[in-house]
Design a protein around this ligand. Structure first.
Ligand SMILES: [Zn+2]
Length: 413
């Protein structure tokens, strides 16, 4: 039985008997090594055992078979105060029918799969799996919340749950830490203000920059609730707007062309807005051809690259401001309503866009990656239509799971 003890690796138990005769399960009979216990009533040791009773708990599978531990639990009796009590176990929480480590296994499986699939794979009732997942997830989230006071750069971004404007949810993140801190029910100013105001005082005092896209709700909420922070408009969101303007302009040119030229222009639609660093050989060849075929598009492309270069290669805000002014003059000459629209946007948000340089180049770029992950969670978890469940899963997988190992809960490291 010593080998069984080693295999089981639960030090508090001593195996008494092992039954391997079942097809799908292994049953191990065991008892604790406890000889005496402190009486909870009078705090004196007692070693007198009144009686025993059996409790069966599930544990991590052994060689692909379900492991059931049949524990012979001791009921002690304190002769000093005439009080009977059941021994406490280290590896099983009171009233639970699973070992703690098995509950962790279930939880970890849920992170990679759905409750339904884990329930099937482990041959456990759906509600039990859901219960274990929820309980441990909430412990992780509570733990995650304690790191709010470490945030120096806060990111506010959003995710659309379903298509349409009413379904945006604000995603709050610790940009320096690289993890999501919270997900709000919507992106209204009042919701964001309430959230920011309720942050712990230590968090508010420590925060220096708040990075966001050009959404008035976030901007006003931050001004109101965190007046001492510097707002930075995320450069990648600015870029998105520029790309949208370029696309509209390209369509406009296309529309005014004779039919045979139109298709030629259409062929360049992706290469025009693609990031240079993501370009492959054929894209570059396409660009060179674009120069001969459609000089207007080439001009548009060059303007986009120049705009990116300002952000990539300038360090000081004043210099960036000067370069932008030169750039804006060139764009204004195009005399295009879409590009003019972009210039207006640029001017409305100029101070905060330029704060990108003040902040030593803070961006929300990592939140974009998180957004993709959140979208996957949304797609895989058909059960997450409920906002509470959805938030829970996002905070565990994009929040807690992204904490550095040393910051995670010991039992889940
Ligand atoms: Zn007692």
């Amino acid at each position: 039985m010593e080998y069984v003890d080693k295999l089981l690796a639960l030090r508090e138990f001593k195996a008494l008997h092992i039954n391997t005769g079942y097809k799908k399960k292994i049953i191990i009979d065991l008892e604790t090594r406890t000889k005496k216990m402190v009486c909870p009533k009078c705090n004196r040791y007692t070693s007198s055992i009144d009686h025993r009773y059996g409790q069966t708990v599930r544990d991590n599978s052994i060689s692909g078979k379900e492991a059931h531990l049949r524990i012979s639990k001791k009921v002690f009796h304190c002769n000093w105060c005439d009080y009977s009590f059941v021994e406490k176990l280290e590896s099983v929480s009171p009233k639970h029918t699973y070992t703690k480590r098995y509950e962790q296994t279930i939880f970890e499986h849920c992170l990679e799969s759905t409750v339904m699939n884990v329930s099937k794979a482990e041959n456990l009732p759906y509600d039990c799996v859901r219960g274990i997942y929820t309980r441990i997830a909430d412990i992780c989230i509570e733990h995650l919340m304690t790191f709010r006071s470490e945030i120096e750069i806060l990111g506010i971004d959003e995710i659309s749950i379903r298509k349409g404007h009413k379904n945006f949810q604000a995603v709050i993140s610790n940009i320096g830490g690289g993890y999501v801190v919270d997900m709000l029910p919507d992106r209204k100013k009042s919701t964001v203000v309430k959230y920011l105001e309720n942050l712990p005082k230590t968090a508010k005092n420590r925060m220096v920059f708040v990075s966001m896209d050009m959404w008035e709700g976030y901007f006003n909420a931050t001004r109101e609730a965190l007046p001492n922070t510097t707002i930075v408009i995320d450069r990648f969101h600015v870029m998105k707007n520029l790309n949208a303007a370029i696309t509209s302009y390209r369509r406009e040119i296309q529309r005014n062309l004779p039919k045979e030229h139109r298709d030629k222009y259409k062929g360049y639609r992706w290469v025009l807005v693609k990031n240079e660093e993501n370009m492959e050989k054929e894209d570059i060849a396409k660009l060179e051809k674009m120069m001969e075929d459609c000089p207007e598009l080439k001009q548009l492309y060059d303007l986009k690259v120049q705009f990116q270069d300002i952000f990539n290669h300038t360090r000081k805000a004043e210099r960036a401001d000067m370069k932008l002014k030169v750039w804006e003059k060139k764009v204004a000459k195009l005399n295009d309503p879409y590009m003019d629209g972009f210039l207006r946007l640029l001017n409305n948000w100029r101070e905060w866009i330029l704060n990108y340089f003040v902040s030593n180049k803070v961006t929300n770029a990592f939140v974009e990656g998180m957004n993709n992950k959140i979208k996957v969670i949304k797609r895989v978890g058909y059960g997450y239509r409920n906002k509470m469940n959805f938030r829970r899963k996002v905070l565990v997988e994009c929040g807690y799971n992204n904490l550095r190992k040393a910051k995670k809960l010991i039992f889940l490291r």
